[in-house]
Design a protein around this ligand. Sequence first.
Ligand code: CP
Length: 312
Amino acid sequence: MRHLLSCADLDLATATGILDLAEEMQQVQSRPVKKLPALRGRTIVNIFFEDSTRTRTSFEIAGKWLSADTINVSAKGSSVSKGESLRDTMLTLDAMGVDCFVIRHSSSGAAAQVASWVRAQVVNAGDGQHEHPTQALLDAYAMRQHFRTVGAEGFAGKKIAIVGDLLHSRVVRSNVLLQHTLGGEVVLVAPPTLLPTGVENWGCQISDDLDPVLGEADIVMMLRVQRERMAGGFFPTEREYTARFGLTEERLAAMKPDAAICHPGPMNRGVEISSAAADAANSLVLDQVAAGVAIRMSVLYHLLGSDEGAVH
Ligand code: CP
């Protein structure tokens, strides 16, 4: 694997290989000395042009636990704030001998564009409203662990409902692509104003009524209402949105037995998800966060851990 830009880059064997290796990587998390020598001598630059808590931190931890040298660069504090272009910034850092860029950018397609400019390998850590492949991988990891606890193996026959602001979500695109590769069935639930253009061609059932879907879904993934990307009125009021599309305490009680709740974070408690649901026993929210480190260790190892992907 040269880059990880999209879940469309992952065939079944590669996706399963990343999930399987992440299980081994997760064991490092519970050791007193959290260090493997696998990426000693490799240099990873995490360059984030948008805010992040989970993704940036877990990529940094993942790189450090694999003994890579990890450097964080953010637009604020770099020469981007003086007007340097994305291309010049990336070529400048590339010229320093970086092995891998982990990049987040507000423009859809930015990670692929960067990959076409630089010699280093590139991981897309979220590009605009396009994709967030490592998020979908960690979601799948947490779901697979959950399915095992309820006596099921794999994704075949599993119904994953993805609910909320699909229009502005990069998580939904990556999840749909990955779930279709793994064999899961995805149901999309949103108000018509928050559906992306062309969603009817994604191969998913689409609904604007959460209640009947709740009784059938094995996983209910709630997506954040992305207020910062909303210029106009996509729904009348937040209260009305919550009443129709929120995972309220009442809806929590209506979920199928053995079903679990996911949210990629950050959460708007009281809007798309109630605190009762976010903190419920069947909430995988913190399992997803924990899986983030293991998945990112696995991805970095797949990219940089063998000579196959090396460019220098
Ligand atoms: N889920 C996610 O990408 O979170 P951050 O924005 O905190 O990285």
